[in-house]
Design a protein around this ligand. Structure first.
Ligand SMILES: C[S@@+](CC[C@H](N)C(=O)[O-])C[C@H]1O[C@@H](n2cnc3c(N)ncnc32)[C@H](O)[C@@H]1O
Length: 266
């Protein structure tokens, strides 16, 4: 059953929203204009290939500031958002002996805590951006985590061919599919079941709307919960909206995917 609370997004694409946002946040207008110009340029270069498009977005954002590129405007927020993800996974049963994959690991905002917690060799992180993976390697060095032997890999799709069947207890994607069109999410749903253990789960966050589904500048995509749940079910997966994540007041929502039955939701 899908229950929903709070954080339903307005349509950020509407002119009315844009105008009132600009009036309320004049300081954010230059950044929006910069993104608008970049979108116009990148659209012509990467028409029809969203992952190549978003890789270019990450290149430009990472060059400015890797922590801001993954969505944290200050180092304090970077630390806090990593801890929020880590604490949630632990509360939901993550144990050091578990094998875990982080899709869109970024510069290891959560990954540094996960790598430290898991037994050596049990963390794998994949990302489409070579630039943010370079920043991830800097994080590994900074926190002295190389001895935990994490696997960090660049990928060009979401088919997970690097991994054997049933490889993972936990798969996690935070603020990744909120940046993806539906066909990228569907590719993930087609392949994710193969790499999950029968008892495993895959949690991902998404930008939720109860109105019209839309995207802003090909960077932020807004979906209805029922769209993603139905898409998961189409591929034989079970999807549950995670109410307890809403209580943390993060601006995105979370869905848990399992291979069937009734997944634990808290
Ligand atoms: C907003 S950042 C979040 C990073 C990390 N999950 C965190 O919470 O710090 C999104 C990351 O996902 C990566 N990404 C976007 N789409 C992806 C996809 N379909 N597969 C793998 N990585 C993706 C981006 O390159 C970027 O590093």
């Amino acid at each position: 059953m899908v229950r929903e609370v709070e954080f339903v997004k307005k349509n950020r694409k509407s002119l009315k929203h844009k105008f009132s946002f600009a009036v309320r946040n004049p300081g954010k207008v230059p950044r929006y204009v910069r993104r608008l110009v970049r979108d116009a340029w990148l659209k012509t270069r990467h028409r029809g290939d969203h992952l190549a498009y978003y890789q270019a977005v990450m290149k430009s954002d990472t060059a400015r500031n890797p922590e801001a590129a993954v969505g944290s405007q200050t180092h304090q927020r970077w630390l806090a958002l990593g801890k929020m993800q880590f604490d949630y996974l632990k509360r939901h049963g993550l144990r050091p002996e578990h094998k875990m994959l982080e899709i869109g690991c970024g510069n290891l905002r959560a990954g540094r805590l996960l790598i430290d917690y898991l037994e050596p060799g049990n963390y794998a992180g994949i990302d489409i951006s070579p630039d943010i993976l370079k920043a991830a390697r800097n994080t590994l060095a900074e926190y002295d985590l190389e001895s935990k032997q994490p696997l960090l890999e660049l990928v060009a799709d979401n088919k997970f061919v690097l991994f054997p069947d049933g490889a993972f207890d936990v798969v996690h994607a935070h603020s990744v599919y909120s940046h993806c069109p539906i066909e990228v999410i569907e590719e993930c749903f087609v392949h994710i079941g193969r790499i999950l253990k029968p008892t495993g789960h895959f949690d991902f966050t998404f930008d939720r709307t109860e109105g019209e589904e839309h995207h802003v500048l090909h960077e932020d995509f807004y979906y209805r919960t029922e769209t993603l749940v139905a898409l998961a079910e189409k591929h034989g997966l079970t999807a549950v909206f995670m109410d307890d994540w809403e209580r943390l007041k993060h601006h995105q929502s979370k869905i848990r995917i399992t291979l069937g039955g009734s997944p634990t939701t808290s």
